[in-house]
Design a protein around this ligand. Structure first.
Ligand code: SDX
Length: 393
């Protein structure tokens, strides 16, 4: 019943687990959450609706969605003492380090939900994580610019609350733009899960040791922060800015990338699984185009990104290596247009990925007879030898 009909032995040997959450066909550029094509979810669903689908396996009814939204909204308020955590960081601290510390701290402020074998506690911890993450991410941003924190509102949706916490001020009401909300609903949906990527595998491995769910999620935040993974969305914008600042010709930059000695990568390009256009990138590119053109400002960086893509997709180096734009190539352009600084982009990726991490962690914990993860190695070191006293070395 799934898209998977035959597994070649090579694939089975490298598979780290069996899962029914997300299906990817890298050659065809297919991505489905619980069987639903990402293209349909991205345009028709809300982020919390997709979070429900990933965690519980089915799309919610209206009543189930309303209840789920209400439970999450009521858990967006952090323990007041957690606000002090943000003051302890230097202003230039990277938001992903602050976010990871905040998620870790949740484990200390929610000690009544640490038992990984108690389904009720795991359910409550999942809701508290979904509620706390937008507040933590918004406070990480606010503290990085020395701005005051607001309190979440129970009568606002998830994305609305997050945007208000991030950009609202005590002096005036934050005006919610439905187009911006829709763009974020789509972006968060597109980031929500991606089978066994580095950060999700980290969450599973840490969780397999019966570490509490908050510690597992904090580990995922750290893994995601790497520039080869979620940190790429920040790296793409920095790359585009560098090209612009240096006045580099796009073709010259692409030649630099192709010259191995330069060590320069085309950030936002390439993928371990997609050997075709990342279906998420296709959707995000459309949104970036629409949002930035509607904004009236000619977006020089978008023009550059489009020219970079055009140049790379017609270049043998990229064609023979099957390198296409991935989810990170256009995302940052939208985040920047929304007012977020590049350093904050990966925290947005973590916000989107949280439901996937929770779903994958819970799927693993539900497995009968599950065991602690224990990857093996191929040893290529020294063969057995005797100790040599230091005066004879
Ligand atoms: C994410 O796994 C996931 O699902 C992740 C993710 C998710 O949703 O969780 O999709 C999110 O992490 C997307 C990827 C974001 N990272 C980047 O955009 C960073 C730039 N991309 C590369 O670092 C690279 O493409 C990776 C890390 C994404 C994938 O690396 P692989 O699969 O190990 O590929 P590789 O390094 O073996 O590359 C194969 C060849 C090499 O050349 P040769 O040695 O064969 O000559 O392609 C080259 C690489 O040098 N190559 C690139 C390149 N990516 C690969 N050359 C220039 N620029 C690039 N971006």
């Amino acid at each position: 019943t799934t898209g998977v009909t035959t597994l070649d032995p090579g694939f089975v040997n490298t598979a780290s687990c069996v899962s029914s959450i997300t299906f990817i066909d890298g050659d065809k550029g297919v991505l489905q959450y619980r069987g639903y094509p990402i293209e349909q979810l991205a345009e028709k669903a809300t982020f919390i609706e997709v979070a429900y689908l990933l965690i519980y396996g089915e799309l919610p009814t209206q009543a189930q969605l309303d209840e789920f939204n209400g439970k999450i909204a009521r858990r967006m308020l952090l323990d007041e003492r957690m606000r002090e955590l943000f003051r302890a960081f230097p202003r230039g601290a990277h938001p992903m380090q602050v976010l990871a510390a905040g998620v870790t701290a949740l484990g200390s402020f929610n000690r009544d939900t640490l038992d990984v074998h108690d389904e009720g506690q795991v359910e409550e911890a999942s809701l508290r994580l979904l509620g706390s993450m937008p507040t933590l991410a918004a406070y990480a941003y606010k503290s990085s610019i020395g701005a005051p924190f607001l309190y979440p509102r129970n009568n606002l949706g998830y994305v609305e609350n997050y945007l208000r916490l991030s950009f609202g001020t005590p002096q005036e009401e934050y005006e919610i733009d439905p187009d911006v909300v829709r763009a974020f609903e789509t972006l968060f949906i597109l980031h929500a899960d991606h089978e066994q990527n580095a950060s999700t595998s980290t969450v599973r491995l840490v969780g397999s040791a019966d570490a509490n769910i908050y510690a597992s999620m904090a580990s995922g935040v750290h893994a995601l922060s790497g520039p080869l993974h979620g940190g790429a969305n920040q790296a793409v914008l920095e790359m585009l800015r560098e090209i612009s600042k240096e006045g580099l010709d796009i073709k010259d930059f692409v030649s630099q990338v192709k010259d191995k000695k330069s060590g320069v990568k085309l950030m936002g390009f390439g993928h371990r699984v997609y050997k075709n256009y990342d279906p998420r990138a296709k959707i995000i590119k459309g949104h970036a185009d629409q949002l930035l053109r509607n904004s009236g400002t000619s977006n020089h960086l978008l023009e550059m990104a489009l020219e970079l893509e055009e140049t790379a997709l017609n270049d043998e180096y990229f064609i023979e290596r099957k390198l296409y734009p991935n989810v990170d190539f256009y995302t940052g352009l939208i985040y920047e247009a929304m007012g977020f600084p590049a350093q904050h982009f990966t925290a947005l990726f973590a916000l989107g990925r949280l439901p996937g991490w929770i779903a994958q962690w819970r799927e693993q914990h539900a497995e009968k007879g599950r065991k602690i993860g224990r990857p093996r190695q191929i040893y290529i070191g020294a063969t057995e030898r005797d100790y040599v006293p230091i005066n004879e070395r």
